[in-house]
Design a protein around this ligand. Structure first.
Ligand SMILES: [Zn+2]
Length: 84
């Protein structure tokens, strides 16, 4: 669990140098709503009021995450008792 958190923190540190821009309107002024592990922030765009996180997750990480989630779902489905 700790190892998992550490890798999360490291990943966020890598992304920390990302420029803060709104993914929707590319505005650069935000209101900070929340902060996690002192690294990731939940920001609200002052222009379009879209909530988003900084740094953004990379596409690579998202693909990996969804693939793992999908695998877990498959496992759960095969574990369901059959009534036949
Ligand atoms: Zn915006």
């Amino acid at each position: 669990m700790l190892k998992r958190r550490l890798s999360y923190a490291l990943r966020m540190l890598k992304g920390f140098s990302q420029k803060k821009t709104c993914p929707f309107c590319h505005n650069t002024s935000f209101e900070r709503i929340d902060q996690k592990y002192k690294i990731t922030s939940l920001l609200k765009c002052s222009e379009c009021h879209l909530n988003h996180r900084h740094p953004k997750e990379t596409q690579e990480w998202l693909d990996d995450f969804y693939q793992k989630t999908y695998q877990i779902d498959t496992q759960m489905m095969t574990d369901l008792p059959s009534d036949r």
